[in-house]
Design a protein around this ligand. Structure first.
Ligand SMILES: [Zn+2]
Length: 65
């Protein structure tokens, strides 16, 4: 599965795809890279990277295994 950022059309990594499903909607068909998602959410990419790291380490989220 390979998605591109809706805004800057960059190819997305799985992490970027998964965090969009997590933060936007599990069924979303619109995806953003970390930079554009951070901009959209108004928080910047840093908190999103931390969230990804947390989800991966906690092992609770099926998207991050
Ligand atoms: Zn982008």
């Amino acid at each position: 599965m390979s998605n591109i950022c809706d805004k800057c059309h960059r190819n997305l990594t799985w992490d970027e795809t998964a965090i969009c499903m997590k933060l936007i909607s599990r069924n979303t068909r619109i995806f953003y890279c970390l930079d554009c998602l951070g901009e959209k959410l108004g928080c910047g990419r840093e908190p999103i990277e931390q969230r990804i790291r947390y989800l991966r380490e906690s092992g609770h989220c099926t998207l991050f295994r």
